[in-house]
Design a binder for this molecule. Structure first.
Ligand code: ADP
Ligand code: MG
Length: 346
């Protein structure tokens, strides 16, 4: 087993640098970091300076005084703000290593990257990891890592389909014999859902709500399917009355949220359908049997699994630990429970 004394000094890390959450798996220790990919920046003499990262920056989201702002450096699935992303990665790596960061020797990191990422994006991530102290860097494609973490039979000559629905992107992958037979990444996920909720509330209630509130609405009463009674659950939210410029409280219904989410949900469904259309017949036959496995935080949107099942006619199930699948999968490679053939040179 991995949790031996021998591995105590191990500095091998697997990293899921997500648009919403960063997770790090340390060889022999399991998941050691699970924090939001958020950085709070303060303007010091006109220079943006990091004030807080991850868990410490979260409460500041949408509540920053003048001169302080929070950013999500990976927002759209790529490194949007290189310098900040690098500082965030460095912080998480050091935190993951703890006292081991002062040990000599090599620091090997395996980073899960979106399957659609360009060479420029890959270089940016590699440079960030290297500046954070890593001297051996590998990549593993996200859908493959997600499939390994979801315990799919990735090394069999049998096709499996995984759909990882995160904050910034949705990645669909068809896996067979430890490789991706097909993959597709679309820039739609939880963020687009939150934006849709904000826009709906603004349009129909003349109320401006923050991102954090929109996300709460989505999680608490959001759904991919119209409620049976046409109205469903409801939730009271606070925001800014856009006409009078004062704080106001309104009630939002599930049915309204479902309508607002129809567009991002439709885009996710069509990404899955496109993947199915591009899958070789033999593999399609396997998927009819094995179905589609959902991972990523947004797979938890209520009834999204049922809607994907209806729209594709295939069995759909959500992985056991959807938010952790990618990092657990990359960790399995570190622990050598899966062949290193899945790794790519950075
Ligand atoms: P990423 O890999 O892009 O960092 P994650 O897989 O960590 O993304 O998922 C984060 C997304 O999942 C966020 O948009 C969040 O709002 C969404 N999410 C988490 N839990 C739920 C839930 N119960 N219902 C709907 N969305 C959820
Ligand atoms: Mg992810």
């Amino acid at each position: 087993m991995g949790f031996s004394l021998f591995n105590f000094g191990s500095r091998d890390l697997a990293i899921d640098l997500g648009t919403c959450n960063t997770l790090i798996y340390a060889r022999g220790r399991g998941i050691v970091i699970d924090e939001p990919s958020i950085v709070a920046l303060e303007n010091v003499d006109g220079v943006p300076t990091v004030r807080a990262i991850g868990d410490e920056a979260l409460p500041m989201l949408g509540r920053t005084p003048v001169g302080l702002r929070t950013v999500r450096p990976l927002r759209s699935g790529v490194i949007a703000d290189l310098d900040v992303a690098e500082q965030m990665l460095k912080h998480f790596i050091n935190k993951a290593l703890g006292p081991r960061s002062r040990l000599p020797g090599k620091l090997e990191v395996t980073i899960a990257i979106p399957s659609g990422s360009t060479n420029v994006e890959r270089h940016a991530i590699r440079d960030a990891a290297s500046n954070a102290g890593a001297n051996e860097i590998h990549f593993v494609e996200e859908p493959l890592a997600a499939a390994i973490g979801a315990d799919l039979p990735v090394d069999d000559p049998f096709g499996s389909m995984v759909c990882d629905i995160g904050g910034g992107t949705t990645e669909v992958g068809v896996i067979s014999l430890l490789g991706l037979a097909y993959s597709r990444s679309v820039r739609v996920g939880g963020d687009k859902m939150d934006e849709a909720v904000m826009a709906m509330v603004r349009r129909t209630h003349n109320l401006q709500i923050g991102e954090t509130t929109a996300e709460r609405v989505k999680r608490e009463i959001g759904s991919a399917r119209v409620p049976a009674d046409g109205r469903g659950l409801s939730l009271t939210v606070k925001g800014l009355d856009m006409e009078r410029g004062v704080p106001k409280e309104i009630e939002i219904t599930e049915a309204e949220v479902v309508r607002a989410l129809a567009d991002p949900v439709g885009q996710i469904v069509s990404a899955v359908r496109t993947a199915l259309e591009h899958t070789a017949p033999e593999i399609s036959a396997d998927i009819i049997e094995s179905g589609i496995t959902l991972t990523g935080g947004s797979s938890l949107l209520r009834h999204l699994d049922a809607v994907i099942a209806e729209e594709t006619g295939l069995p759909v199930n959500i992985a056991e630990r959807p938010l952790e699948c990618v990092v657990l999968g990359a960790g399995q490679v570190l622990e050598e429970r899966v062949g290193r053939g899945v790794l790519q040179a950075a």
